[in-house]
Design a protein around this ligand. Structure first.
Ligand code: SF4
Length: 207
């Protein structure tokens, strides 16, 4: 892997993060020579001018918003918050030594997802620099048919990156999807490939 913007493009594309149209500030890129530290959206500067905040030790603090599928609206978020702590699933993009704060957590509002038009605004007001679409949108039966449009819309309207996924795909869901063609039909690998390639032992731990 090289350095600079090419590296970041590789990292984010590899994680299913479409950086098209998102302005990655060059100075941030140049200061992140060591990609082995898996610096992720904490080093992204969005077109909206969002900035990482300094934490108590003077490091960087990444603020994220999470939108879950309305079908799982009663979910208490245990897998998402555990994965964030463990930096597993889509949260593996954030280096363990850097703090990440969840500044917003909401549902899409139920099909067809009207809340997606509005909740990013409040999340961004509270400092969100990146929005995660929860893993439930990927693994539901069927997966959310709007998932691509949600990602495209939020990135275009709000100018911040959208990552597809939160916690690792539970293995029991992965195994059923292997027998279905939903993901193939939707080209899910293109936007959630990193989740699908996760170690099966980790997936099993999230059953
Ligand atoms: S399938 Fe999509 S639109 Fe429907 S409730 Fe889930 S996230 Fe919302």
């Amino acid at each position: 892997m090289g350095t600079g913007s090419g590296v970041f493009a590789e990292v984010f594309v590899g994680l299913g993060l479409d950086v098209t149209g998102i302005d990655i500030q060059e100075s941030m890129l140049n200061s992140s020579e060591n990609v082995g530290d898996r610096r992720g959206p904490s080093s992204l500067q969005s077109g909206s001018g969002a900035r990482n905040e300094a934490d108590a030790e003077g490091g960087t603090m990444t603020k994220i918003g999470i939108i879950i599928c309305g079908r799982y609206q009663s979910c208490a978020g245990g897998k998402c918050f555990r994965a964030l702590r463990e930096r597993a699933g889509a949260f593996a993009v954030y280096p363990k030594e850097e703090p990440v704060e969840v500044v917003g957590y909401s549902t899409c509002g139920g099909c067809p997802g009207g809340n997606v038009e509005y909740v990013p605004e409040e999340m961004i007001k509270n400092g969100a620099q990146v929005i995660h679409l929860a893993t439930g949108l990927v693994v539901g039966y069927p997966p959310c048919p709007q998932i691509r449009q949600f990602k495209k819309f939020i990135e275009a309207r709000y100018g911040i990156p959208v990552v597809v996924g939160t916690h690792p795909i539970p293995l029991k869901y992965f195994k059923v999807h292997e027998r279905l063609d939903f993901w193939k039909e939707m080209g899910m690998e293109e936007i959630a490939g990193a989740l699908m390639k996760e170690d099966k032992k980790i997936m099993e731990a999230y059953n």
